[in-house]
Each structure stands twice: as structure tokens, then as C-alpha cells.
Design a protein around this ligand. Structure first.
Ligand SMILES: C[S@@+](CC[C@H](N)C(=O)[O-])C[C@H]1O[C@@H](n2cnc3c(N)ncnc32)[C@H](O)[C@@H]1O
Length: 176
């Protein structure tokens, strides 16, 4: 996927949703770049991943592409309390499917959002996992799982063909 496609997937969830975001499982930073692009130079991003090397690479890429955007990097496991203040939005792109206990992760995510804050997820549209994508959620399942976790007004943002497993979708939900 190209940068423009990453931007297109999350644009509808990010625009108009405040300037302070957390990305959980940011990896190489493909969607962090998209987030930085959409938020502009006033944006503030906390980029969380348990992979220190990926965060280091990502930091160099972000600094080159969007030097004015403030990005903090946190090496941590997002299934545990992160001790961060609540923000306007949380982005999880291709990262929720690594967690078996998604309800527990979503409880942590809810605590990271200001009232009415936004959760944007990017996932494979299937409920059948494999070695690389162990616990994906189809959009239909995401509607149920997000509702059970206390999120509301879940809506599909965009869908694009995936390379292999299934189509990829993005969805927006709102916190309490
Ligand atoms: C498939 S990569 C996706 C990276 C990026 N969001 C993207 O879409 O290009 C998944 C990332 O989530 C991270 N990750 C998975 N589970 C995690 C956890 N419990 N805590 C922190 N990071 C996690 C992995 O280290 C990896 O960098």
C-alpha cells in the first residue's frame, strides 16, 4: 500500500477529531505517517509498540517526512496499562489482531480516550486467522466486539482489497 492509500483508509476517522492521538502497535510507522499527514504540524502523536527497533526506524522516517509534528515514542505492551493521559483519538492499524483477549485490550483503549474520543481500527475483514494474523475480526464481528467493549456508533470508513488473507477495512467508533 502507498502512503495515499493509508491516508485514505483513516481520513474519515481522523479529520475533525482533535489533534492529540495515540497509535497502538505502530510498527514501521506506515499509518503513523498517514496520521501525521492528516493532523498537520499542530498534531501530537504518541506512538506505541513493543518493538524497539521498529520504533527507532519509524522515528527517523517521521522526522524526515513530517519534522514539525510532535511524536513521542513509547516502547510498551498495549495490553497492559500504559499510564498515558487520555487523548482525542486512538489508532490501531493491523495490531488488534495480535491479541487473543481483545476485550481486555479494548478496556485499556477506552481508558486512553477523552469522553467521546475516537477509536480508528484497520483490520482484515475475516474471522479466520493464520500464523501471521492470528486473531482478525471481520467488520461484522467488530461491530459486536466494539459495542460489547462500550464503544458506540461504530461505522465502516473504507475498504480496499488486501494482499492475500482478505480485504482490509477501516472503522470508526466513539468512546463513552
Ligand atoms: C503488522 S504490524 C502493523 C504496523 C503498522 N500499524 C502498520 O499497519 O503498518 C503490528 C505491530 O503491532 C505490534 N504489537 C502487536 N502486539 C502488541 C502489543 N501487545 N503491544 C505493543 N505492540 C504490539 C507489533 O510489534 C508490530 O509492530
Amino acid at each position: 500500500m502507498e502512503h495515499a492509500e493509508h491516508v485514505a483508509l483513516i481520513r474519515g476517522g481522523v479529520e475533525g477529531g482533535g489533534l492529540e492521538w495515540i497509535e497502538l502497535g505502530s510498527g514501521g510507522g506506515a499509518f503513523t505517517l498517514a496520521l501525521a499527514d492528516l493532523l498537520g504540524p499542530s498534531g501530537r502523536i504518541t506512538s506505541v509498540d513493543r518493538d524497539r527497533a521498529a520504533l527507532r526506524r519509524q522515528g527517523a522516517t517521521l522526522a524526515a517526512a513530517f519534522p514539525a509534528t510532535h511524536v513521542d515514542y513509547l516502547e510498551a505492551d498495549f495490553s497492559r496499562p500504559l499510564g498515558l493521559a487520555a487523548r482525542d483519538g486512538v489508532l490501531m492499524a493491523n495490531s488488534l489482531h495480535f491479541s487473543r483477549d481483545q476485550a481486555a485490550v479494548l478496556q485499556q483503549v477506552g481508558a486512553l480516550l477523552r469522553p467521546g474520543g475516537r477509536l480508528v481500527v484497520v483490520e482484515y475483514d475475516t474471522d479466520r486467522g493464520n500464523h501471521w494474523v492470528p486473531h482478525p475480526l471481520s467488520y461484522r464481528s467488530w461491530e459486536r466486539v466494539s459495542r460489547e467493549a462500550g464503544f458506540r456508533d461504530t461505522r465502516l470508513l473504507a475498504r480496499r482489497p488486501g494482499s492475500g488473507l482478505a480485504a482490509i477495512y477501516s472503522a470508526l467508533s466513539f468512546g463513552r
